[in-house]
Design a protein around this ligand. Structure first.
Ligand code: AMP
Length: 113
């Protein structure tokens, strides 16, 4: 079966898409852990952060620019937001298509659990 997030990118299964461009798609997390919880994913399938290469430098930069744009749009920029990349199971990764979590709208504790 195709990767879950590839299917969302290809619009084969529905998601609350909030941003799309030629390289990235962002959509609402189905199980939000904060008032704002958006996943930012590349269109191309990359399994984990460990699978990024030098060719992906610009892609990673764009992810953080999209995160900042969405944080402003959702009104969480000035109070503060967090961008999280879970890499492999011990860090909590459950979907093996690279995705950055944009979280905000509540106080974020440190260190994360
Ligand atoms: P991670 O645990 O870092 O791999 O994050 C995977 C995230 O994907 C979790 O926060 C899930 O709630 C989210 N998720 C799983 N399935 C879907 C889906 N169909 N649409 C949106 N988010 C999803």
């Amino acid at each position: 079966m195709a990767c879950l997030f590839c299917q969302i990118v290809e619009k084969q299964i529905p998601a609350g898409i909030v941003h799309e461009d030629d390289r990235l798609v962002a959509f609402e997390d189905v199980s939000p852990q904060a008032p704002v919880h958006i996943l930012i994913v590349p269109r191309k399938h990359i399994a984990t952060g460990l699978d990024l290469t030098g060719d992906d430098r610009e892609l990673v930069g764009e992810i953080f620019l999209v995160a900042a744009k969405l944080a402003r749009e959702r009104g969480i920029a000035s109070e503060g937001y967090r961008v999280v990349l879970n890499t492999n199971a011990g860090a909590g990764q459950s979907v093996y298509h690279l995705h950055y979590h944009l979280l905000g709208g509540r106080i974020m504790r440190w260190p994360p659990g």
